[in-house]
Design a protein around this ligand. Structure first.
Ligand code: NAD
Length: 367
């Protein structure tokens, strides 16, 4: 097995705390599975601004370019809040990374273990077995990037702003393929979310998705849903979905709704896959927790490292093709939290708690 080479960008506040533990878990797994890891840690976000004057220092970007994947923490926080929006750590680090590697597919597992249903704002009777769905968001197209994007002053002095929603067939097909591959490894059901009753881009989206699945994945179950209904159905009965996928802005909103109904951000991982293949012939990807830097609990050693650890598992699966190893990590996290009842504060619900390191120790022991 060749060396697994990835860039480690811990970021700010709890970022380095949870990253330390994720790396311990990955090192442990590598030793057991006889894998060779080669990773280098670099500054990003506020740490990049403080030490290099830039949220995405050139040296960090160069390291990412030499790597097969990026394991990312989270960036930003009160220390840099007064900077102009364009220089804010999140915007100035993540957007250029997305652009540099064409990270077009954001995959978020919406996983809530049965034992943690109290963490969800949904009534327990709606999700008796927890939640297990995946939300896939197109990340590089649509209204966030379409041109023209302008604010003009009209003849009557009034201001008018324009954003443009644009999608090409090829952009729709490549995200449809990610949804299909994801569904094939799970429940084989895909729901494509759009607004085809109003938007031209959605009409093309629906037509393209329908034709693509008929040609390439006729054995998978494909359904379509309008985005307003999808938002309601997620809150009503999330498990009716297996894999749902949608365009950029709808996905931005639906994936956050899904994160909320799945309880603690401390458990939520994500993968953003690029169009390019790495030296393993797999998608280059950026893997990060769905949550932010949690400044309110930083420095106390109490952040939940599971989201970062599970992001590491996604990296092994998608960028290195190590599905079985990724599954072992996921199973260990599940066992520790549900069977062993080991809990950090965010998922404790009155139970005794462990800190960031204690949770990782338990996961390593389970592995
Ligand atoms: P947040 O996700 O950092 O925190 C929201 C709540 O969830 C807090 O109460 C926090 O303590 C809790 N939480 C989050 N992760 C946790 C974990 N691993 N363990 C236990 N509890 C956890 O959101 P926020 O407070 O709105 O944002 C803080 C900073 O993070 C902001 O500067 C924001 O811009 C940044 N942010 C960065 C990213 C990113 O790097 N991708 C994403 C979201 C927010």
């Amino acid at each position: 097995m060749p060396t697994l080479k990835f860039a480690v960008l811990p970021g700010d506040y709890i970022g380095p705390e949870v990253m330390t533990e994720a790396l311990r878990v990955l090192d442990h797994v590598a030793a057991r599975e006889k894998l060779t890891l080669s990773y280098q840690v670099a500054d990003v976000g506020g740490a990049g601004i403080d030490r290099h004057g830039k949220a995405l220092p050139d040296s960090t970007l160069a390291l990412c370019r030499e790597s097969d994947a990026i394991l990312f923490g989270s960036v930003g926080g009160p220390k840099w809040e007064k900077l102009p929006p364009k220089e804010q750590p999140e915007r100035a680090a993540l957007l250029p990374l997305r652009k540099a590697f064409n990270l077009f597919a954001n995959i978020r597992p919406g996983l809530l273990y049965k034992d943690l249903v109290d963490a969800s704002p949904l009534k327990a009777e709606r999700i008796p077995d927890g939640i297990d769905i995946v939300c896939i968001r197109e990340l590089t197209g649509g209204i966030y990037f379409g041109q023209p994007k302008t604010t003009t002053t009209l003849d009557n002095g009034e201001q008018q702003a324009v954003d443009t929603m644009v999608y090409k067939t090829s952009e729709i097909e490549r995200i449809a393929e990610v949804a299909a591959v994801t569904a094939r490894a799970r429940g084989r059901r895909v729901c494509s979310v759009d607004k085809a009753n109003v938007l031209e881009t959605s009409v093309l989206w629906r037509k393209t998705v329908t034709a693509y699945f008929a040609a390439k994945h006729p054995d998978l179950e494909l359904t379509h849903m309008y985005v307003d209904n999808a938002a309601m159905q997620l809150a009503r009965n999330p498990n009716q979905f297996d894999v749902l996928f949608t365009e950029n802005m709808f996905g931005d909103i639906l994936s956050d709704e899904m994160a909320v109904i799945c309880g603690s951000l401390g458990m939520m991982s994500s993968a953003s896959l690029g169009t390019g293949l790495n030296s393993f012939g797999k998608p280059f990807g950026l893997y990060e927790p769905a949550g932010g830097t949690a400044p309110d609990i930083a420095g106390k050693g109490i952040a939940n490292p599971c989201a970062q650890i599970l992001s590491g598992a996604l990296m092994l699966r998608y960028s290195f093709g190590l599905d079985a190893v990724a599954t072992k990590i996921e199973a260990a996290v599940r066992k520790v939290v549900t069977v062993d009842g080991v809990r950090t504060g965010d998922i404790a619900f009155g139970r005794p708690t462990v800190g960031t390191k204690g949770m990782a120790d338990a996961i390593i022991a389970a592995l």
